[in-house]
Design a protein around this ligand. Structure first.
Ligand SMILES: Cc1cc2nc3c(=O)[nH]c(=O)nc-3n(C[C@H](O)[C@H](O)[C@H](O)COP(=O)(O)OP(=O)(O)OC[C@H]3O[C@@H](n4cnc5c(N)ncnc54)[C@H](O)[C@@H]3O)c2cc1C
Length: 383
C-alpha cells in the first residue's frame, strides 16, 4: 500500500493547480455574471492536454491513469467545478463512449479534435420522462432507407447548447425494451435539431441545455456501436463521468476548506479572530477530516477502475460521499463567512450552487445508495 502520489502525478497536480489559479479563478466571476462560455479556456486546456487526459495517445489524448486524471478534475474544480464539467465533461462522457463503441472511423473523426478543444460532443440520455430510469427513454429513431429519423427530447444536457455533435440515446423498437436502444450521433446543423439553455441554480459559466429533435435525418453510419447496446455504452461513459464528478467534488470541498481557514483568521469579532472560537474550529476540523477520508475513497475507486477491477460499490460510495460533502462543506463555508459568504466577493457561494448540482448528475445520491445496497444484499430495490 502506497499513500504517496507518484512523481508524474505530483507534476500533473501542480500543473493543473497552476492552471486553475492563474487561468480559471481570476476570470470566473466575469464569465459567471455574464453567463457566458469561456471557449478560450477550453482551447488552452486542449493545448495542455487536459481535455483528453484519460484518452489514449493514438486518438490525441494523454493516456493518463484514472487517478492522475481525477487529480486534474480535483485541482481545476477548486476554481470552478462546473467550468471543469463544461470543458472536460464531454470528453469524459462522449470520449469514453466513442472509445468503447465507436468505429475506427468515428474515433478518428471525433476524438483528436475533441482533445484539441476544437470540437464539443455532448451526450443526451436523460429525457422529460426518463431521468434516473434511463431505460425509459422515449426518443425514437426509425430507419428510413439509409437514414435514421429521430424524434424526441433530451433534458439537462451538459454542453448541449454549444456542442457540435450530440450522441443521442434513442429507442429503435419499444417492444425490445433496452435491447432496442441505440446511440446515434447528430450534428448541430441537422435540420430539426434545436436546443435551449436551461436556467440552472449553478453552472453560470457553463451550458446545460434541453434539446429537441423533430424529424432529424442523419446517415445510417452515424450509429455509434450496435443497436441493442446503446444503454450499456452510455452507462460506460456515465461510469467514467461519475469518477471525475467525484474528484471535482473533493476539489470544491478543499477550496471551501481553504477559504474558511483564510477567512476565519482574518475576521475579528469580540476582539478575537473567529478562528479562535471552538465552534469554528470544530466546523473546519470536520470538513478537513471528511475531505481527507473521502479523497482517498475517490482515488481508491479510480485505482480499481484503472486496473480494470470491479469498482461498482466503491465508485458509488465515492460519488455519494464526495458530492454530499461538497454540498455540506460549501454550506458550512457560507455560514463561517457570515453574510459575506452569501456574496460573490468570496469564493464559496459559487461552490454551493455547483455542489447542489453535483449530487444529481452521474446518478443521484439515492441511486448510488441503492447500487451499494444491491451489491451488498444481492437484491435490487428498483424493480
Ligand atoms: C449539472 C447537470 C448536468 C447534467 N448533464 C447531463 C448530460 O450531459 N447528459 C444527460 O443525459 N443528462 C444530464 N443530466 C441529467 C441527470 O443525469 C439527471 O438529472 C439525473 O439522472 C436524475 O434524473 P432526474 O433529474 O430526472 O431526477 P429523477 O430521476 O426524477 O429523480 C428525482 C428524485 O427522485 C429520486 N428517485 C428516483 N428514483 C428513485 C428510486 N427508485 N428510489 C429512491 N429515490 C428515487 C432521485 O434520487 C431524486 O432525488 C445532468 C444533470 C445536471 C444537474
Amino acid at each position: 500500500m502506497d499513500f504517496e502520489l507518484s512523481e508524474e502525478q505530483k507534476m500533473v497536480r501542480d500543473m493543473a493547480r497552476k492552471f486553475a489559479e492563474q487561468e480559471m479563478a481570476p476570470i470566473l466571476q466575469e464569465y459567471e455574471h455574464e453567463r457566458k462560455i469561456n471557449f478560450e479556456i477550453i482551447k488552452k486546456m486542449g493545448d495542455l492536454g487536459l481535455l483528453g487526459a484519460h484518452l489514449p495517445k493514438e486518438y490525441g489524448g494523454v493516456g493518463l491513469d484514472y487517478v492522475s486524471a481525477a487529480i486534474i478534475w480535483e485541482q481545476l474544480s477548486q476554481a470552478s467545478w462546473t467550468q471543469t464539467l463544461n470543458s472536460l465533461g464531454h470528453g469524459v462522457l462522449a470520449g469514453t463512449i466513442l472509445m468503447k463503441a465507436g468505429s475506427e472511423e468515428q474515433k478518428q473523426k471525433y476524438l483528436p479534435p475533441l482533445c484539441r478543444g476544437e470540437m464539443i460532443i455532448a451526450t443526451g440520455a436523460v429525457e422529460p420522462n426518463a431521468g434516473s430510469d434511463a431505460s425509459a427513454v422515449e426518443s425514437k429513431a426509425t430507419l428510413d432507407g439509409r437514414e435514421w429519423v429521430i424524434n424526441g427530447a433530451k433534458n439537462f444536457i451538459s454542453a448541449g447548447g454549444i456542442a457540435d455533435t450530440v450522441l443521442v440515446l434513442v429507442q429503435t423498437d419499444k417492444s425490445l425494451g433496452t435491447k432496442g436502444m441505440a446511440l446515434i450521433a447528430v450534428d448541430r446543423d441537422t435540420p430539426g435539431f434545436s436546443s435551449s439553455r436551461a436556467d440552472m441554480i449553478g453552472d453560470w459559466a457553463g451550458d446545460i441545455s434541453n434539446l429537441a429533435f423533430v424529424d432529424c435525418r442523419v446517415p445510417e453510419e452515424n450509429l455509434v456501436g450496435k443497436v441493442g447496446r446503446g444503454l450499456q455504452n452510455a452507462l460506460a461513459g456515465i461510469d467514467m463521468a461519475r469518477l471525475f464528478i467525484s474528484a471535482g467534488a473533493i476539489g470544491m470541498a478543499q477550496a471551501c476548506l481553504d477559504a474558511c481557514i483564510k477567512y476565519t483568521k482574518e475576521r475579528y469579532q469580540f476582539g478575537r479572530p473567529i478562528a479562535s472560537f471552538q465552534l469554528a474550529q470544530k466546523a473546519i476540523a470536520k470538513i478537513q477530516a471528511e475531505v481527507f477520508a473521502i479523497r482517498w475513497q475517490v482515488y481508491y475507486a479510480a485505482e480499481l477502475k484503472s486496473k480494470g477491477l470491479p469498482h461498482g460499490k466503491e465508485l458509488s460510495s465515492a460519488k455519494w460521499l464526495s458530492t454530499e460533502l461538497a454540498l455540506r462543506a460549501s454550506a458550512e463555508a457560507i455560514r463561517l463567512h457570515g453574510a459575506y459568504g452569501c456574496t460573490e466577493d468570496y469564493p464559496v457561494a459559487h461552490h454551493y450552487r455547483d455542489a447542489a448540482m453535483s449530487t444529481i448528475l452521474g446518478g443521484t445520491t439515492e441511486m448510488h445508495i441503492l447500487t451499494i445496497g444491491r451489491e451488498l444484499l444481492g437484491t435490487s430495490a428498483i424493480v
